[in-house]
Design a protein around this ligand. Structure first.
Ligand SMILES: *Cc1c(COP(=O)(O)O)cnc(C)c1O
Length: 471
């Protein structure tokens, strides 16, 4: 090491002098002594390394304290944050899927703030059932005999399989061996639930006789899985739910349908494409139906099972149910949400998911126009800004082949020192760095902001001055 480096290293303050400085004391009050000390050590290490690399550093206590504050604030920024979803995917799993209606939000706040009658029967003053009210609501809405809820639909499928098919065989069509995101694959879920998967038919065609041949003494139930996020087209054949229900009835085994994103309304009544409902599956003879709370239902993350009473009783008696049960916030949100479904005339306005799905192209265009003009002004010389037609998708595996015509603000970076792809990434990054990060998508050389899901245009517009995209 040369002398100037040794001199600079000696200039760095000792940790105690740093922590006793007025600037550090303010931070200690704000963030706690241990946290400030941890980050201070880290900063000093980085400074020593920088000096050894012969970089110029400011060894002053105030400068180091500013660095410590930045590091602590950056760490807080890693927590889950609110973002504006202009990705064009309404139910974006990475962005938290469905937005809750106000009544559900209020119910969750209440449940967090105060004690509740979660498992307390106010009439008798004794123990009550956590799921009882939700079960009543679900039975009223779907016509099912019984219902239960767990943390998500993956858990619902596992609970059903583990309860009714442990150590036994479950035939599933090869065309329905779905993967939803990385960690939910039907074959793995069946195995981890303690069951043996029996693959039936071919990827594109499965017939009734394929199922019939697979049923033996070890068969516990037949599982039909809704092909949520993909479509098989061309030379195809699937077996109707009615036929499968009949086959199961003849064999004395339950027929289970995993709908994934079950809707509780006929979306066609709202001018939207049809999505299978649990009511339809039950009417066609399903003994149990599972679906998500935060997909087409538009509620909190939850897994719902509806169907025959004696089967639901078995689910509730499985110790796994205790491990997978919903917490009070989910119970509060789901109860409020299901109450809204009792009043379908109002739900289109009150449920954010339906409101966004129903939004017309003309409304979206009207919203996007002034924002595009504003952005064009700000981006002059850096990027061109235009309005383009695009397709929003529902996401989370719902209606993968149906798109909703929408309008996006399209930004195309002008030539700079970077490649076009690098400029696009920088642009997308600049929007993610806004005080409320904005998530768009890159498509065919442009950065698109699909305005279908934009609810607060003023907030979006107000923070644009903070956009840091110097090309
Ligand atoms: C989405 C989906 C699941 C998983 O549901 P989560 O609520 O995300 O756990 C299971 N099965 C099907 C068919 C799905 O579409």
């Amino acid at each position: 090491m040369n002398d100037p480096q040794a001199f600079q290293l000696a200039q760095l303050p000792a940790i105690d002098r740093l922590l006793n400085s007025p600037a550090a004391e303010v931070m200690v009050t704000e963030y706690g002594r241990d946290e400030v000390k941890r980050v201070a050590r880290l900063c000093l290490t980085l400074l020593r390394e920088a000096i050894r690399r012969e970089e110029v550093v400011d060894p002053g206590v105030d400068a180091i304290c500013r660095g410590i504050r930045c590091a602590i604030e950056a760490d807080a920024g890693r927590a889950m944050r609110r973002v504006i979803n202009l990705s064009g995917t309404l139910l974006h799993t990475n962005l938290g899927r469905a937005l809750l209606p106000q009544s559900a939000i209020d119910a969750v706040v209440q449940a967090m703030r105060a004690n509740t009658s979660l498992e307390y029967d106010l009439a008798s003053g004794g123990r009550g059932e956590r799921d009882a009210y939700i079960e009543d609501l679900l039975c009223r809405l779907t016509g099912a005999q019984a219902a239960t809820v767990v943390n998500n639909n993956a858990a619902a499928v596992m609970l059903v399989l583990n309860t009714l098919a442990l150590g036994r065989e479950v035939p599933v069509s090869r065309g329905e061996l779905v993967e939803i995101g990385g960690s939910f694959r039907i074959p793995d879920i069946i195995e981890r639930s303690g069951c043996r998967l029996i693959e039936v038919g071919a990827t594109n065609r499965t017939h009734r006789h394929d199922y019939a041949a697979a049923i033996g003494t070890q068969t516990a139930l037949i599982l039909k899985v809704h092909q949520s996020n993909y479509i098989i087209q061309g030379f195809t054949a699937t077996v109707d739910e009615r036929e499968l229900a009949q086959l199961c009835g003849e064999s004395g085994i339950p027929f289970v349908v995993d709908l994934g994103s079950g809707a509780l309304l006929d979306l066609e009544d709202y001018g939207l494409p049809h999505e299978p409902t649990p009511m339809e599956a039950l009417a066609r003879g399903a003994d149990l139906v599972t679906f998500s709370g935060d997909k087409m239902l538009g509620g909190p993350q939850a897994g719902i099972v509806v169907g025959r009473r004696e089967l639901v009783e078995k689910l509730n008696a499985n110790p796994m149910k205790r491990a997978l049960r919903c917490d009070k916030m989910t119970i509060a949100a789901l109860s409020a949400l299901l109450r809204m479904y009792q009043h379908p005339q109002q739900i289109a306005e009150k449920l954010p998911l339906l409101r966004m799905m129903k939004r017309s192209y003309a409304d979206i265009l009207a919203l996007a126009q002034p924002l595009a003009a504003r952005l064009a002004q700000q981006m002059e010389g850096l990027a061109t800004v235009s309005l383009v037609d695009c397709d929003s998708e529902i996401g989370s595996g719902a209606l993968p082949d149906r798109h909703l015509p929408s309008c996006a603000i399209a930004l195309r970076p002008l030539a700079s020192g970077l490649t076009h792809d690098e400029s696009l990434e920088r642009l997308a990054g600049a929007f993610r760095e806004l005080p409320v990060p904005v998530i768009g998508r890159i498509h065919r050389g442009e950065f698109l902001l699909d305005c279908r899901c934009l609810e607060d245009a003023d907030e979006f517009s107000a923070q644009l001055t903070r956009l840091d995209f110097g090309a």
